[in-house]
Design a binder for this molecule. Sequence first.
Ligand code: ZN
Ligand code: ZN
Length: 312
Amino acid sequence: MSVKAVKLIQPGEIQGMPDDDTPLLVVVNAAETFRARADRMHVLSAQQSDSPWLAFCAQLMQAQVDCLGSVTPQPLDENVVRESMIHKLPPLSITTWLPESQWSVVFNALSEALEAMPLAPGVRGALERLKQTAVADQIRQAKALLAADDSALPADAVPFIGAALQLLWASQSKTLSAFVELHKGESGLCPVCGSHPVASVVRVGERDLHRYLICSLCASEWYAPRARCTNCETPKEVSMLGDTRDSALQGECCEVCRGYLKIMFQAKEPLIDAVADDLASISLDLALSAEGFSRTGRNLFFTVGQADTTQT
Ligand SMILES: [Zn+2]
Ligand SMILES: [Zn+2]
């Protein structure tokens, strides 16, 4: 794929925060989110049927759906949640809240769901190695992935750990639905858990044309003004680079920090899913990297430079 600048939005254009009742934070229903994501990944994998990596991602997302019933949200202290939201601290912070007691339940359920599938030998071997790892070391690796400390992680363990962490956080975030209106203003990181976004999506329907950042971990969506770099928040214009002017998925590139985040237009692809479509558009990452831009979004199924590690 070659990329070219297809659009340039000037500062001031759709750049401010909404002054109506457009929600600034949306927490997800985990069952609906994982179901839709797995369905989308299945379609994308079929479109790129020569990719064992995407086929594996589709299996992993299906396993997330299959074992969701094993995940029990933990009771939260409502006062702590309320105070955290008011003071702009993520109530399910990746630095302070890790449901360690739930880790093995969720990881074992995910493993069982996967093992019931026709896995490629390399995938089965990688899963087996992680299962043989002491629980304390599994949790240490999970914390390293949350902290983006990639050097402390075996590459082939990353997707399994990332999928289990998504289950833990996404199933919990619904318990915050009574508090979402306490979130005000802007943030480059998830107001619920403090993680990086995977991408942004310009929504349709009730949130028509509003752009939301999508959390790579808990799947919460929070409002982000368009035409602004979500990495360095420079007020300068950003460039949109994609394979065509009408692409549903483009790279929003910042000339100041040289970072980019994918932006997806739901109006052009109604079923687009930030995590699944990110995985299926590695060619855009390669093209933008060749243009000198660095990825600022995170996807917990791989660490940068480590995609494709579980093939065959
Ligand atoms: Zn989050
Ligand atoms: Zn920037």
